[in-house]
Design a protein around this ligand. Sequence first.
Ligand SMILES: NC(=O)c1ccc[n+]([C@@H]2O[C@H](COP(=O)([O-])OP(=O)(O)OC[C@H]3O[C@@H](n4cnc5c(N)ncnc54)[C@H](OP(=O)(O)O)[C@@H]3O)[C@@H](O)[C@H]2O)c1
Length: 277
Amino acid sequence: MDRAAGLQAAPDLVLMKNNFFLNKVAIVTGASSGIGRATALALAKQGARVALAARRGDALLELARDINNQKGDAIVVRTDVTQQEQVGQMVREVLDRWGRVDILISNAGAYIRSPIVDLDPAELQRSFDVNFFGGVYCVKAALPHMLAQKSGHIVFVTSMAGKIGVVPDVPYVSAKFALTGFCEVLRQEMHGSGISVTNVLPGRVDTPLISHLKFSWITAKISPEKVARAILAGIRKRKPIVILPPQAGLLYYINVIAPSLSDRLARYFHIEGWENS
Ligand SMILES: NC(=O)c1ccc[n+]([C@@H]2O[C@H](COP(=O)([O-])OP(=O)(O)OC[C@H]3O[C@@H](n4cnc5c(N)ncnc54)[C@H](OP(=O)(O)O)[C@@H]3O)[C@@H](O)[C@H]2O)c1
């Protein structure tokens, strides 16, 4: 039975023979949890071959088993994205297995907060290591192969915090702003190369990253599955930027046009959230 037919027969994997993602090779970093896990599953359901990367091998193995039991095709590549050598090895393992890389979802991240008055520069470094350099290393490792193929799609899961400052998040915000800048330059450099670049900027998402926090309605958490669907749509339509949900986009545009009003709204709605009691 060919793979497309096998996947079609699987109960949970919804596939069509002419599916855009069928047999595409995707790497998803941060696949052990939250948005990365949901995106890897969504890609697998569409017939993509997925390499699951993160540090927690047990969570990755469980996800790979789920996908492969449903006649999908997933491998686990345990990777700490702050280690450039490991990221290089991750891409080599994917090439050894499937011979190409079509989609890179650079998603691994950590939420590191500190008021600036108390800021230890080591915290800033820790945030940049994972939230910025993690993405840079992935691009450095995958890009030469995409350029040789003359095709590929790179997705960065940054954050609305890559466009709007949120108190007391300077380690996280600074690294996400830096990654947004990297992404915007990469997108323009790749013009005409066959490689597309998408920056995905979610507002608050219901994942372990912020499970200790609650928010007012304007920054209410959306599901990781919703972000995953937006990521896949962004790839299919080659969108340069994906912002969701709409109210997060509204806050961003207010910030561009009227920053003082945006600051007032941020204070009024406590967009930094409250600790769960
Ligand atoms: N949740 C939100 O509200 C929200 C909003 C906007 C943007 N984002 C962004 O979305 C991305 C995913 O976050 P999430 O909300 O899905 O959080 P999550 O559930 O905590 O997932 C974070 C993922 O990143 C991985 N990771 C962390 N450090 C890593 C490292 N050094 N090397 C490799 N993998 C690493 C974790 O895996 P291991 O621990 O197994 O390594 C985990 O799979 C992050 O970049 C985050 O900044 C989240």
